[in-house]
Design a protein around this ligand. Structure first.
Ligand code: GCO
Ligand code: MG
Length: 402
């Protein structure tokens, strides 16, 4: 029996921070897992290095489920983003190893392809409506069939989700930038610019929008109702999801489809949302929700309730997570859509072999495992630097929900 011989926690910052776990077996097979928790990266690095790595040495790398249960049940304190991201990194690395040992891509181990490719949505944004429309046009020309649209709310200092340069990196400053927020300005403006997108491009395009948890349930209900005729693919994170039953109120008022879950890390965090059919798309990911093993469990529960997948895929999820996401997306029966932001050229210097993007679809690599390799030399050129997401303050200076 091969055993786990070496466990390394790799931290690099090629344009943004990434924490990667690399597991090596006594047979010399390596597996990669993403462990990046944006803005709190080193907490997961320490959790892995100090508390998990010593438990893995000598274990059988083939026992993925048992290792998952060992780390989840054995910690005593369960769930939470730090724990679930750490478990995810181990889990994904072990799936990568299993695929390499079997000589098969990971999606074959999950039951094989249910579809040829994975529909993705990209991010269009603009400092004003005209810039947003130009950006949507540019993405359409590149072949994207689904586009998320966000524009800067007039009069506010900075709107989250609006790209400044060629690449959009939400965690861009050494300390959190303070951005202003006004719910009334947003509620007046967002339906207006989404209508402009429909007016210009018609309905032959999937149109998405991210509310970033900013609204109360009744405000979200009003927003959903006000954009019903625009037939959004979804409105994302209309209200913070800690309070799962809050979505009942939104549901009572609008048929605009709802997506949530990018900050949620276990099946328990989405259980009520799924079993009461309060959402249409679940956005949990392999990296923050316990790896491929646990994500598959969440997606299977969702399938029972006709809820589809729509995994988070922002730039803070490394190419290892993109490969894991596409492996799951291509296999599950209830796939909906996959977020795709892509990464900077620096990031691709470190991570080689990312899934192929063609005509608005992602295609997995046919290499055994996840098909991603980590370039240590390139990684060493990009040392860790603290980077934070912005925070939002209402106009009276009080902290606002994300
Ligand atoms: C999205 C997001 C991201 C997140 C970011 C946090 O892509 O839908 O909301 O921009 O805020 O990934 O780290
Ligand atoms: Mg989001």
């Amino acid at each position: 029996m091969a055993t786990i011989d070496r466990v390394e926690v790799l931290v690099t910052s090629p344009g943004r921070n990434f924490v990667t776990l690399r597991i090596t077996t006594s047979d010399g097979v390596t597996g990669l897992g993403d462990a990046t928790l944006n803005g709190r990266e080193l907490a997961v690095a320490s959790y892995l290095e100090d508390h998990v790595a010593p438990l893995l040495i000598g274990r059988d790398p083939a026992r993925i489920e048992d290792t998952w249960q060992y780390l989840y049940k054995g910690a005593y304190w369960r769930r939470g983003p730090v724990t679930m991201t750490a478990i995810a990194a181990v889990d994904v690395a072990l799936w990568d190893i299993k695929g390499k040992v079997a000589g098969l891509p990971v999606y074959e181990l999950l039951g094989g392809r249910s579809r040829d490719g994975v529909l993705v949505y990209c991010h269009a944004s603009g400092e004003d409506v005209a810039a947003l429309l130009d950006d949507v046009a540019a993405y359409r020309e590149r072949g994207f069939k689904a586009i998320r649209a966000q524009a800067a709310v007039p009069g506010l200092s900075g709107t989250y989700g609006v790209r400044k340069g060629a690449y959009y990196e939400p965690a861009a400053t050494a300390l959190p930038e303070e951005q202003q927020w006004s719910t009334s300005s947003y509620l007046d403006f967002a339906p207006f610019y989404l209508a402009k997108v429909r007016e210009k491009f018609g309905f032959g395009l999937h149109l998405l929008h991210d509310v970033h948890h900013r609204l109360t349930p009744i405000e979200a209900a009003r927003f959903g109702k006000s954009v019903e005729e625009l037939r959004l693919f979804w409105m994302e994170d209309p209200t913070p999801a800690e309070n799962q039953e809050a979505f009942r109120l939104i549901r009572r008022h609008t048929t605009t489809p709802i997506a949530t879950g990018e900050v949620l890390s276990s099946v328990w965090d989405v259980k009520q949302l799924i079993t009461e059919q309060l959402i249409d798309y679940v956005r949990t990911t392999a990296v923050h929700a316990g790896g491929i093993t646990h994500l598959r469990r969440i997606f299977d529960l969702a399938a029972l309730y006709q809820i589809r997948t729509g995994s988070h895929g922002a730039s803070d999820l490394s190419p290892v997570t993109v490969a894991a996401a596409v492996a799951v997306d291509i296999a599950v029966p209830n796939f909906g859509i996959q977020e795709h932001m892509g990464h900077t050229p620096e990031t691709y210097e470190v991570f080689h072999g990312t899934p192929r993007l063609e005509n608005g679809m992602l295609y997995p690599s046919d290499a055994p495992g996840l098909g991603i390799t980590y370039d240590d030399e390139a990684a060493a050129r990009f040392p860790y630097e603290p980077r934070y997401l912005p925070v939002a303050r209402a106009l009276d200076g009080s902290m606002h929900d994300w």
